[in-house]
Design a protein around this ligand. Structure first.
Ligand code: NAD
Length: 290
């Protein structure tokens, strides 16, 4: 397939490289001066999009996505697919999809989970919103860049699935960390705590697969001095998107809001930036109730 790829950062570069390695003709563009193995670089986003069957974007936020979309949509041929893999607010995803549809294009929002490691290994999970026809065209690209693509319904639903999932993850990680810190103060051994909870009704991905306590459970960023992994500031971004969406939809999300406030404090005031999101445990360890 002829593919345009815009936004070749930590995630986009390895995804584009995997597509090129699989034999697709990839033309890339990034504001920064980057080069990616197998990818021909264009002088602008519009040039990268011209003549492409699928244009993929992997950008920092909704505002930038809107800007780039305004540039590439007029350059794309009718029937082509605009495939945004960035994590952005639901409204930006829906607005961009409407503009693309008005220009005769298929639009998909397909945020990912799996991080930089998953992007490099081609094992991402895609959560996809948009029409069936576009999804079917993009399917073979999802297979190259990832291991799973779930079609979640109309435009914006991919973003909705991503932020709902990550709201659960943020809340659960905080609950797991505060429970470990309480267990410490009650004199309960961390290994015993893990052995009980991981096989009892308190179990979760945060406890069982990504245990925030060093030396306990399977290997996780806690065993590597809390180097990310999934950085706390990226969790904060997703929690803020979920609160934005909750406000727009008039949904009551008290736990999501509390998690958002705690990660904001951790990242912006307590040195959490650049640390894994599970570094909430050493944060709670040092605190009392006051
Ligand atoms: P990044 O900052 O490394 O990459 C973004 C790239 O976009 C940069 O290279 C930047 O130069 C480029 N860019 C910015 N404005 C542009 C413009 N107007 N035109 C062309 N290029 C432009 O970020 P990333 O870590 O690759 O993340 C990309 C997206 O994926 C984000 O939405 C993020 O939330 C999401 N995401 C990231 C991870 C992760 O672990 N890094 C995991 C899941 C989802």
């Amino acid at each position: 397939m002829k593919i345009g790829f815009i936004g070749l950062g930590n995630m986009g570069a390895p995804m584009a490289a995997n597509l090129a390695r699989a034999g697709h003709a990839v033309t890339g563009f990034d504001m920064a001066d980057v080069s990616v193995e197998g990818v021909k670089m264009a002088a602008s986003a519009a040039e990268a999009a011209k003549g492409a069957e699928v244009v993929i974007t992997m950008l920092p936020n909704g505002e930038i996505l809107r800007k780039v979309a305004a540039e590439v949509i007029p350059a794309m041929q009718a029937g082509a697919v605009l495939l945004d893999c960035s994590t952005v607010d639901v409204q930006s995803a829906r607005d961009v999809a409407a503009e693309a549809a008005a220009a005769g294009l298929h639009a998909l929002d397909a945020p990912v989970s799996g991080g930089v490691g998953g992007a490099a290994a081609g094992t991402l999970t895609f959560m996809v919103g948009g029409g069936e026809e576009g999804f079917n065209i993009a399917r073979e690209l999802f297979d190259v860049m990832g291991q799973k693509a779930v079609h979640c319904g109309q435009s914006g639903n991919g973003q909705a699935a991503k932020i709902c999932n990550n709201m659960i993850l943020g809340v659960t990680m905080i609950a797991t960390c505060e429970a470990f810190a309480l267990a410490d103060k009650l004199g309960l051994d961390r290994q015993a705590m893990f052995d009980v909870v991981s096989t009892s009704s308190g179990y979760s991905w945060s406890m069982n697969a990504y245990c925030p306590a060093p030396g306990i459970g399977p290997k996780s960023p806690a065993d590597n001095d809390y180097k990310p992994g999934f950085a706390a500031e990226l969790m904060l971004k997703d929690l803020r998107l979920s609160q934005m969406a909750a406000e727009a939809a008039d949904a009551d999300t008290p736990m999501g809001r509390a998690a958002c406030e705690l990660y904001a404090q951790f990242v912006e005031e307590e040195g959490g930036k650049g640390r894994d999101f599970s570094a909430m445990l050493p944060r709670f360890e040092k605190r009392g109730r006051g």
